[in-house]
Design a protein around this ligand. Structure first.
Ligand code: SF4
Length: 345
């Protein structure tokens, strides 16, 4: 029974899978790793162009390991969550130090930096055909609905039941295809809202559909509360249009990226004064631009840019550099672009 259902699922996948660049290469394990890192927390349509550029610049694990961390982070621009880029770089270094080959089991992959159970299962099944179920938001939603799962899919019991269901689907099928088919089904058909049950290969077997209660599974998760922040950015701009930036060295967010100096303004409403404290020797008439909104995970940040046009300004140290905002040549955040747009004339 499960064999036939696994077969129907895989047939559906073969006929309906989206053409994605990491699916066209005979499952090169390195490409699978890069795509899985990128797809964590980033939508597929944003990943596709960045993936192609990334593997063009770093075509294999050795070239990635040989690169500077800043180069890797720079090539990650636009994807956000830059910690993933640093972890991927560390992973490549660890693989090269260990002889150059990626481990071919989920257990071996989990030993590497940046690889948790989800990524290990995805890579081991897609690249090596190991029968390990992938549990991500998409596969959990499909499974929770098919089984009308009463447990939270992230609980130990919920995971155990979902894994048993996926393993049964894998019987006599390619494990990678089963995992990928479930991921694809969740991403394209079994949507969180209004799943398209008529075209679903699991519809005859889906308890939630039978009950007419698709929306009740899985139960909603409690969201992390949004934190609102107010920052000030000191935008020091030279007559030739170059901006002064420095590398963010500390803090839980934006670390390793090059940006104009930023300060948490808290309750202080005087943006010019806060900006003046950031760059005490900046001269020129400060101009306050419109606030820009920036989101990082659960943080909603309003950044108030204050522009100083300077004839000359001696940076406080060598760790500060002047860059062309259209082509900074260093890893940065989309926040930089927003600031430039806000105070450009
Ligand atoms: S039948 Fe509907 S609810 Fe059930 S798995 Fe398919 S798309 Fe999801």
């Amino acid at each position: 029974m499960a064999r036939m259902k696994g077969r129907a699922l895989v047939d559906w996948f073969r006929n309906n899978a989206r053409a994605l660049p990491w699916r066209n290469d005979n499952r090169d394990p390195y490409h699978v790793v890069v795509s899985e890192f990128m797809l964590q927390q980033t939508q597929v349509d944003r990943v596709v162009p960045r993936f192609e550029a990334f593997v063009a610049r770093f075509p294999n694990i050795a070239s990635l390991a040989a690169a500077e961390e800043d180069e890797v982070v720079e090539e990650w621009s636009g994807l956000g969550y830059y910690r993933r880029a640093r972890m991927l770089h560390r992973l490549a270094e660890a693989v090269v130090d260990g002889g150059g080959d990626l481990p071919n089991t989920a257990a071996g992959l989990e030993e590497l930096p940046g690889i948790g159970p989800y990524t290990a299962a995805a890579v081991a099944s897609l690249a090596w055909g190991e029968a390990v179920p992938v549990l991500d938001g998409n596969t959990m939603r499909v499974g929770a609905r098919v089984l009308a799962l009463a447990h939270d899919p992230r609980s130990a019991e919920g995971r155990r039941r979902l894994e048993a269901w996926i393993l049964a689907l894998m019987e006599n099928q390619s494990p990678g295809e089963v995992n990928e088919a479930l991921m694809e089904l969740g991403a394209t058909v079994c949507a969180p809202v209004e799943p398209e049950c008529t075209g679903c290969p699991c519809s005859s077997d889906c308890a939630a559909k039978r009950l007419g209660r698709q929306q009740d599974f899985p139960p909603p998760r409690r969201r992390r509360a949004t934190v609102s922040l107010r920052w000030v950015a000191a935008c020091i701009v030279r007559a030739d249009g170059r901006w002064l930036v420095h590398r963010v060295e500390e803090g839980p967010i934006l670390r390793g990226l090059w940006l104009p100096p930023l300060a948490d303004a808290g309750e202080d409403r005087d943006s010019v004064e806060v900006a003046g404290r950031l760059v005490p020797h900046a001269v020129g008439l400060p101009v306050v631009g419109p606030a820009v909104r920036h989101h990082i995970t659960h943080r909603k940040i309003d950044v108030f840019p204050v522009r100083f046009d300077v004839d000359r300004f001696d940076p406080p140290s060598d760790a500060w550099i002047w860059v062309d905002p259209r082509d900074p040549g260093v890893p940065t955040s989309s926040l930089f672009e927003k600031l430039v747009a806000a105070v450009s004339r």
